[in-house]
Design a protein around this ligand. Structure first.
Ligand SMILES: *[C@@H]1O[C@H](CO)[C@@H](O)[C@H](O)[C@H]1NC(C)=O
Ligand SMILES: *[C@@H]1O[C@H](CO)[C@@H](O)[C@H](O)[C@H]1NC(C)=O
Ligand SMILES: *[C@@H]1O[C@H](CO)[C@@H](O)[C@H](O)[C@H]1NC(C)=O
Ligand SMILES: *[C@@H]1O[C@H](CO)[C@@H](O)[C@H](O)[C@H]1NC(C)=O
Ligand SMILES: *[C@@H]1O[C@H](CO)[C@@H](O)[C@H](O)[C@H]1NC(C)=O
Ligand SMILES: *[C@@H]1O[C@H](CO)[C@@H](O)[C@H](O)[C@H]1NC(C)=O
Length: 354
């Protein structure tokens, strides 16, 4: 196990620093009344120092983004995964709004416009968990009355040499999805039930075009490399043909079956310039049941499959910040994590002085 960590850490010395990830929204249909379960893989070129946090409502927050940094107070509690105790990259809030931050190296958040409140890339996803109950609410609050973006994301290198660039996908219990990408400095939005899959480069619009090609012939042929366009095509196809489920356990199993099938084995990342920089090995996966309000976390480097039932936590204003440390693999991190989270001060978001 520690040898594997060493290999992963070592890779970063000679391979292109890159990360990837895949994300799906699964609809149980069947006899389970359209339960919506999400799944995501985290593909990354070195250890992510992941930890799970429970945040209550009523927290005072700021964008950690220098001048004109946004301020807010959390309206909803959430259970999230953080990387490096610096960035919220995954999670679900008390209303069943799920969100995931995935790599998008094409991201361009634009030149800093000081008239727009700024938010650190590390806090961007948390802002949505804290402020919105549904995808529709979030979608309606992206722009000011005069049509400007309400927030500008600012970024820097959290890992030296590796720009922190990504796009977001949000899903709520109705199965509505929101995909947010900054391309050439402009916020690009895809909103709707049909946008059920996301990976990485190229832009979402281009992914949809590629998927159009593969979906009708998917029963005969699918692209198999680790690259994001190939994972997008495969995941779209799987999500189109998977079986319905009749309960919560089956839904998680189906979502997991798809995400495992687009996971990337432990392989070196191709060097820069070979046309496939967006691949990295899968280190962990999460699944979220938007109706049962359960958050599942699965390691791919140690037999740890665990879950947190949001109903077991006090996510209201009277609740405390809690931490579930995952950094040292442990047999204690399996099954229901009820009672295993400990009171902790919150981590500070990655400070970017935009
Ligand atoms: C947030 O609060 C800080 C500190 O009080 C302030 O400097 C900043 O301008 C505030 N941001 C906004 C967008 O009002
Ligand atoms: C990850 O954790 C290790 C061990 O605590 C630490 O040495 C390293 O600096 C952390 N990485 C980042 C990017 O914070
Ligand atoms: C889920 O599937 C059912 C049955 O096909 C359909 O009526 C419903 O609109 C779907 N929901 C979403 C969010 O796609
Ligand atoms: C692919 O196979 C599935 C399951 O056998 C079938 O329902 C579907 O119609 C097929 N799709 C195409 C485009 O042939
Ligand atoms: C699955 O893909 C086929 C072929 O593109 C399409 O006709 C069908 O509507 C899709 N079904 C679902 C459930 O998305
Ligand atoms: C922003 O929040 C951090 C905690 O994440 C806190 O340490 C810092 O003082 C806050 N900054 C402002 C200007 O309020």
């Amino acid at each position: 196990m520690w040898e594997l960590f060493a290999v992963l850490a070592g890779l970063s010395l000679f391979a292109s620093p890159s990360w990837a990830c895949s994300r799906v929204t699964y609809n149980s249909t069947g006899t389970d009344d359209n339960r919506i379960t999400t799944g995501r893989s985290m593909d990354w070129f070195m250890t992510t120092n992941a930890s799970i946090w429970a945040f209550p409502a009523g927290m005072s927050r700021n964008g950690s983004a220098g001048e004109n940094s946004v301020n807010w107070t959390s309206k909803y509690g959430s259970v999230i995964t953080a990387m490096y105790e610096a960035a919220t990259v995954d999670g679900i809030n008390s209303e069943g709004l799920v969100g995931n931050f995935l790599y998008l190296s094409n991201s361009d958040y634009g030149k800093r416009d000081l008239s727009i409140p700024a938010i650190s890339v590390g806090a961007w996803l948390q802002y949505f968990f804290d402020n919105y109950a549904t995808v529709d609410e979030a979608a309606k609050d992206l722009y000011t009355a005069d049509g400007k973006e309400k927030l500008q994301v600012v970024t820097a290198e959290l890992i030296p040499g590796e720009p922190s660039l990504g796009h977001l996908m949000l899903t709520d219990p109705s199965g509505d999805n929101l995909i947010l990408e900054f391309l050439d400095g402009v916020l690009t939005v895809h909103h709707g039930k049909q946008y059920s899959v996301m990976t990485n480069n190229p832009s979402y619009q281009q992914q949809l075009a590629i998927m159009e090609y593969w979906l009708p012939i998917g029963n005969q042929s699918l692209p198999g490399t680790r690259r994001p366009a190939d994972r997008f095509a495969r995941l779209s196809y799987y999500n189109n043909v998977t079986v319905p489920s009749s309960n919560a356990e089956e839904s998680v199993a189906v979502a997991a079956s798809m995400i495992r099938a687009v996971s990337v084995p432990f392989t070196p990342s191709p060097p820069i310039g070979t046309g496939s920089p967006d691949v990295a090995s899968t280190l962990w996966r999460t699944y979220a049941d938007t109706r049962a309000l359960k958050y599942f976390w699965e390691s791919s480097i140690y037999p740890m499959f665990l879950w947190i039932n949001l109903a077991d936590l006090d996510l209201s204003k009277t609740g405390q910040v809690l931490l579930l440390d995952l950094q040292v693999p442990s047999d204690e991190r399996g099954g229901d994590m009820r009672g295993k989270l400990v009171v902790s001060p919150p981590f500070p978001f990655f400070q970017v002085n935009g």
